[in-house]
Design a protein around this ligand. Structure first.
Ligand code: SAM
Ligand code: SF4
Length: 339
């Protein structure tokens, strides 16, 4: 429930010119990462944002406060880069949870370090977690992420479940010839351990610009692979959620498929993204951003930040058209935008 502003009426929704109401904010806390997933980053040579350019905790809290009190944002997902690399993350989560209109708080992470921090994050007010996991095979994990950290990720998953950060979702990006033969195994792993599984079509958002449509595994193929192993019962799509969901017959396990490329869900998009350096993007694929950090550091009032935010959403296009010849890659990669 949103409260009336001390100086005005309850916030009017953050609506764009197509009538889409935006309630879900993704906040990138860093562009750095301790893995180098091949579909996301090059092995080396990616420059990080200089530290002074990153939003401070105070600045993140201020922007989320404006978003929740004035703009009707109800959900905030913390992401990156790798958000667990952000120092003092439980403290930041606690401050967001203590806002006058606290959003539902979730985290997207590669899971490294989650074994140590899951309980503290839950105590601070985090509700849910998505953990990226593309393979259960150690050598393959090292080939995909260029780091030998599979045991840390599995320990992180277990800790998240024990801490009650439920539902714990596993995010997998299948890549042809790399891990597409493991789709059924990963879903079976989710069934066995009480996680949810989500399979995501790879998108042209890698920092090195090497995305190849032919190596993307389509939603249809993903469903084909799952169907070879399980009976799937359609569970629909939750309001504005990108994943189409199925329940695996005879289990409580839900699997989701995110068909960003072949069946984009732009018509129901309710998301807005804040980069780690304080730029607001109305789409993953936006080619323009609004510099909220400059406003913050220039002493702007909440009303000015609100106006800039509404203006950014007003300029949102109908969709990203990845699969069309007119598609233009955004200047920032996924790791710098916040996935
Ligand atoms: N480091 C965290 C993680 O891996 O979960 C959070 C950031 S990561 C950019 C967020 C999500 O984006 C992950 O689930 C990851 O698999 C996904 N991702 C990264 N690059 C992608 C790409 N090119 N296409 C589709 N999904 C991608
Ligand atoms: Fe890091 Fe996540 Fe990108 Fe993998 S997908 S390199 S874990 S930011």
């Amino acid at each position: 429930m949103s409260r009336p502003l001390p100086d005005g009426p309850a916030p009017s929704p953050l609506t764009d010119r197509f009538g889409r109401v935006h309630t879900d904010l993704r906040v990138s806390l860093t562009d750095r990462c301790n893995l180098r997933c091949t579909y996301c980053m090059p092995a080396e040579g990616l420059d990080w944002l200089p530290r002074p350019e990153l939003l401070t905790d105070d600045e993140v809290v201020r922007l989320v406060d404006v978003a929740t009190r004035r703009l009707g944002i109800t959900e905030v997902r913390l992401t990156g880069g790798e958000p667990l690399l952000r120092r003092g993350l439980p403290g930041l989560v606690a401050r967001l949870h203590a806002l006058p209109d606290p959003p539902e708080l979730s985290l997207t992470t590669n899971g490294i370090g989650l074994a140590r921090s899951a309980a503290a994050l839950r105590d601070a007010g985090l509700s849910r977690v998505n953990v990226s996991l593309d393979t259960l095979r150690p050598e393959r994990f090292t080939a995909i992420t260029r780091r030998d950290r599979l045991p840390d990720v599995l320990a992180g998953l277990r800790a998240a479940r024990t801490a009650g950060l439920a539902p714990v979702k596993i995010n997998t990006v299948p890549v042809r010839g790399v891990n597409d033969d493991e789709i059924g195994e990963l879903a079976a792993f989710a069934v066995e351990h009480g996680y949810r599984a989500r399979f995501i079509e790879s998108m042209p958002l890698d920092a090195q610009g090497a995305w190849d449509r032919d190596r993307m595994v389509t939603a249809e193929e993903i469903l084909g692979r799952l169907g070879e192993r399980f009976d799937l019962i359609p569970a629909g799509r939750r309001d504005n959620a990108p994943a189409e969901e199925w329940r695996i017959a005879g289990t409580d396990t839900v699997v989701g498929v995110i068909a960003s490329v072949t069946r984009p869900f732009c018509g129901g998009c309710d998301r807005v993204r804040l980069t780690a350096d304080g730029h607001l993007r109305n789409c993953l694929f936006a080619t323009e951003e609004s510099d909220l950090r400059a406003l913050l550091r220039g002493g702007a009032e909440d009303t000015e930040i609100e106006a800039a935010w509404r203006n950014c959403i007003a300029g949102k296009g109908p969709g990203h058209a990845i699969d069309s010849p007119e598609f233009r890659r955004p200047d920032r990669p996924m790791s710098a935008i916040g996935g």
